[in-house]
Design a protein around this ligand. Structure first.
Ligand code: NOJ
Ligand code: CA
Length: 546
């Protein structure tokens, strides 16, 4: 359905309900307010800053080119920090920026202590971190420890003979299989066999991903200390933490690969290193896409956060139907299983999956509703660059199909779209003249305007990151609703999965007696013992109730 016809539909169904507030009064007339900007600044000062932060994942190569070579770089990103600040971003996650042969878009690192010359120098990195910190934006980096590039000096040495000092730094075998490794499979995640013959050693090395990404051997204590030193190197340089790539796969047994006890022990060591530096954080990329609990340890000894892929990578299926059960189930699971103190990292996309636009099958309302859930649940949202524009997919690939979701950022409708004055390293995505920052800024109905409003609603309000969360019974799987509360305030956030208007009864006893809609559409009429929630087809609403 087009945006115009959708707009008309909601107008017809909810005539009178679209004026702004739920029952006529403004939020500030009904509820106490605070100076949210200064609250936001306070929340970012303490050790729990990450629980209240909005993170933004950046592919430096595709963000902003500063020197016309068509490749985004660190200086380019530095020049866009004000855009990010204005959007309400508190922290950026940099996908790998290290020297790399680029067989896996930088996840094949050939030097852990350098910067990809396409992106700049260590001095450019320092300048980025300084400029970000000046604006109170933190910077975390990708830490890719399961494997290196086959061009890393460690591997060059390891493959040179069976007796060199680094001979055991990688996983070698005389056969293309190993009974005590490989977690019961000899297949790689990318491609066929996980074993590659090296002609010099005349042995096979193990690679969970591309053949150019040999797995490090963590049974060797030298590998453990060398990789922990990599973390120290960047922490010393002032980074605020790491997103840890496939870290559950560090050690494997004959039958299991995800988070076996030795891997958990390594993660606890890494956490100790990070804890030597106040205020730094770790976020896990779980290999188990439906349960991140194991990565969170006792709540304070492993990861500060883990990505919630059970929602983040599967919401498109739920919105393809009209049933929120899978969404309810995955959050029910994290609610009941997470150790105290653990924090969800909430996503609706990343560099590894199709763009939110594609997952929503081009339906603007699905994207908005998915984001409304992401931004309403207890946890820390991570946006993927361009998500705020509903960036369309590309159709060119340099590395692999995931490039469709890694196209250059679109700043305006000029030929280089404000990204470059040269030829972009990867062709721009579709409809680039229409869906870019400048065009969307000028359109109050755009995705960017939606994100600006939605992110502003979170600012300074601790309830979103750490308040209590209760999934509400709505009597139908077509309506998803959640109640978020802390001492100061409470919200009901609800999404209608179906195309039909829905009116449901909420029976929670103490929802309060008045509601103000602060985002979206629909009505919430509260009375003692519950209330009636009405949402237009494909609509969502966020209501303040305390
Ligand atoms: C997970 C990363 O997100 C992905 O992009 C990469 O290909 C693999 N890990 C291997 O590093
Ligand atoms: Ca450049």
């Amino acid at each position: 359905m087009s945006r115009a016809s959708l707009g008309l539909l909601s107008l017809l169904v909810f005539l009178g309900g679209c004026g702004g507030d739920d029952d006529g009064g403004s939020e500030s007339a009904k509820f106490p307010e605070k100076d949210w900007a200064s609250e936001a600044a306070k929340l970012q000062e303490g050790p729990d800053w990450y629980r209240h932060a909005l993170f933004y994942e950046v592919f430096v190569r595709s963000y902003q080119d500063s020197n016309g070579d068509g490749i985004g770089d660190l200086a380019g990103l530095t020049s866009k920090l004000d855009y990010l600040k204005e959007l309400g971003i508190d922290a950026i996650w940099l996908m790998p920026i290290f020297p790399t042969p680029f067989k896996d878009s930088g996840y094949d690192i050939s030097d852990y202590r350098g910067v990809n010359p396409d992106y700049g120098t260590l001095a450019d990195f320092d300048a980025l971190v300084a400029a970000a910190h000046e604006r109170k934006i933190r910077v975390i980096m990708d830490l890719v420890l399961n494997h290196t590039s086959n061009q890393h000096a460690w591997f060059t040495e390891s493959r040179s003979s069976k007796t060199n000092p680094k001979a055991d730094w990688y996983v070698w075998s005389d056969t293309p299989s190993a009974p005590d490794n490989g977690c019961g499979t000899d297949s790689a995640v990318f491609g066929d066999s996980a074993w590659q013959l090296d002609p010099t050693r005349n042995q096979y090395y193990f690679h969970r991903f591309y053949p150019e990404q040999p797995d490090l051997n963590y049974e060797n204590p030298e590998v453990v200390s060398a990789t922990l030193d990599v973390a120290r190197f960047w922490l010393d340089k002032g980074v605020d933490g790491f997103r840890c790539d496939v870290i559950g796969l560090l050690y494997e047994s004959a039958t299991e690969c995800d988070l076996i006890p030795k891997t958990q022990a390594y993660i606890r060591e890494l956490r100790k290193v990070v804890d030597e530096y106040p205020g730094r954080v770790l976020v896990a990329e779980p290999s188990n896409l439906t349960d991140a609990t194991g990565y969170l340890g006792n709540g304070s000894d492993m990861f500060h956060m883990a990505f919630h892929f059970g929602y983040g990578y599967f919401w498109g299926f739920s919105f393809g139907g009209h049933d929120a059960s899978a969404i309810t189930d995955t959050f029910q699971k994290s609610l009941s299983q997470f150790p105290p103190g653990a924090q969800d990292a909430l996503v609706i996309g990343s560099h590894d999956v199709p763009r939110a636009y594609s997952a929503a099958q081009g339906d603007d309302t699905r994207h908005r509703r998915a984001a409304a859930i992401q931004l309403s649940m207890k946890g820390t949202p991570f946006l993927y660059y361009g998500e705020e524009l509903a960036l369309r997919p590309g159709s060119e690939k340099v590395v692999d199909l995931r490039d469709y979701a890694r196209t250059p950022m679109l700043w305006n409708a000029d030929p280089g779209h404000g990204f470059t004055t040269g030829k972009p390293w990867l062709a721009f995505g579709q409809e680039a003249d229409t869906f870019n920052v400048t065009a969307e800024d000028a359109d109050p109905a755009s995705m960017l305007s939606f994100y600006r409003d939605a992110l502003a609603l979170r600012r300074g309000r601790a309830v979103w990151g750490t308040g209590e969360m209760e999934l509400l019974e709505t009597g139908t799987k077509r309506v998803f609703a959640v109640y978020r509360s802390d001492d100061f305030m409470a919200y009901v956030s609800a999404v209608n999965m179906s195309e039909e208007a829905e009116s449901v009864e909420l029976t929670r006893p103490d929802l309060g007696s008045r509601a103000a809609r602060v985002l979206g559409e629909g009505k919430l009429a509260l009375r003692s013992g519950g209330g009636t929630l009405s949402l237009p087809g494909q609509g969502f609403g966020i209501f303040r109730v305390k």
